[in-house]
Design a binder for this molecule. Sequence first.
Ligand SMILES: C[S@@+](CC[C@H](N)C(=O)[O-])C[C@H]1O[C@@H](n2cnc3c(N)ncnc32)[C@H](O)[C@@H]1O
Length: 238
Amino acid sequence: VPDLSDRRLVPELMDTEPAPYEDFRTCLRHLAAANRASLAYRPTLAFLGRLTGRHPPRDGLRILDAGSGYGDMLRRIAAWGAGRGIALDLVGLDLNPWSARAAAEATPPGVPVRWVAADAFDPPADLFGGRPPDVVLSALFAHHLDDAGVVRFLRTMEGTARLGWFVNDLHRARVPHAALRAVFGVLPVHRFVRHDGPVSVARAFRPADWRRYLDEAGVADARVLRAFPYRLCVERIR
Ligand SMILES: C[S@@+](CC[C@H](N)C(=O)[O-])C[C@H]1O[C@@H](n2cnc3c(N)ncnc32)[C@H](O)[C@@H]1O
């Protein structure tokens, strides 16, 4: 295991190596399977529970997922909303047009979600008919950014999300690094996932990183929280 005292910004193959569409889609499917196996949706759903507890969504909820990948988080959120009778307007934004295409293919008709290929830092103005999102979410997106990018992302969310925002990412620690290297080393996962899994942990965060970013972004009243296993999340509810 490398020295993880600071973030190690080793490039991820997912961001750097061009792949044909079907190949990239396999990578996203394997990432979604890893999300399911690692209980990745739970912290975000718990956040939505807290947010809707404080702000009961009488007129529904507009939610933006930055770096939405295969779209499994938003499909899970659609089921969460349907189960609670909450009208949702969901947008998954991803820089890679193949993410948007794969997410659209994987989404059954009737799910209230649109998939948009765009930069999370430069989204189309009319995503929600010119209205701001109520909530901005991301999962496994922040660690793709360098430190300045994370601060910029915090400012962007703080400036756009009407009710709150939530970052769901990884905790930079030896155990998950070694575990992902071991597990993805033996499972028949896509080569991007095998490489990018431990690299993502090394690129990820510790609580002190988030406190520094929040300070720099001028965001008060945000909470850094851990979620099992080895997720590190940041929550802001207005
Ligand atoms: C590791 S994947 C995470 C996908 C999904 N959120 C999940 O939890 O499985 C990171 C995603 O962020 C996207 N991404 C990277 N930079 C981006 C940017 N500036 N704007 C929007 N999406 C971006 C990548 O294309 C990729 O699909």
